[in-house]
Ligand binder design. Sequence first.
Ligand code: SF4
Length: 276
Amino acid sequence: MQVILADYLGFCYGVKRAIKIARENASPDGDANTLGPIIHNPQMVERLKSEGVGTVDHVEDMEQGTIIVRSHGVGPEIYEHAEKRGLRLVDATCPHVRKAQLSAKELHDDGYRVVIVGEKEHPEVQSIYEWSGREAFTIESEAEAEQVEHCAKLGIVSQTTFSGEHFERIVGRLLSKSRDIRILRTICTATDQRQAAAQALARQVDLMLVVGGKNSANTTRLAQLCAQYCKTYHIETAAELQDEWFANIEKIGITAGASTPDWIIKEVYKKCQQKK
Ligand code: SF4
């Protein structure tokens, strides 16, 4: 049995940066917290907690200390709330997400009707929405694109982790909605690279294991893409591997979302090798 790792997998630049910033601001007194889990990976969240970086759900949950904005970013109001409460805000928003937020703001300020192509419930999309003056439409399917009304000026931005192909298809449906359309393709290369590498690998193996948080949008998307080509399982850790998955399998491919720590990928890789 051959076990092959995707050419690009695991932590992206923005996640590595956010974790480094969080660690630099850890506090043994428990007064350093990220606003929401630092990444969509419960194992990493637990590890950081043991190192002195906890998690709060709202700015109001803190009376003092340091609040760390994660790579997904937040809306402008959060910066104001934190300042009013006297909290020290450390901003670990990924620069690519920041670019998407500022693109939405710029389009809105220039009088464009903003459409965000992305998952409505995703925190990053919500942060982009906040920067759009809270007036953007968020759509994630071609059917929803058809519902967008005609307007004088239409500006399009994307969730950074959205599938490039899917984005192009949705944009295709929006082209007839206005005579003045600006498209700001704010998908980051980390996502494109991981998706392309995962699909290339899925085409040549019998089984794909996609490693990462079940609550991670980009990991879930990788699993959906791989499932088009071969049997695919989305797992969070090596403990979920089932012996029966490996029956009559010659080649196994492994990929992992941008929020999956290296140590978890290594454990899955090692365990697969032991199935030989
Ligand atoms: S996937 Fe891209 S945009 Fe998102 S955190 Fe990573 S580098 Fe930043």
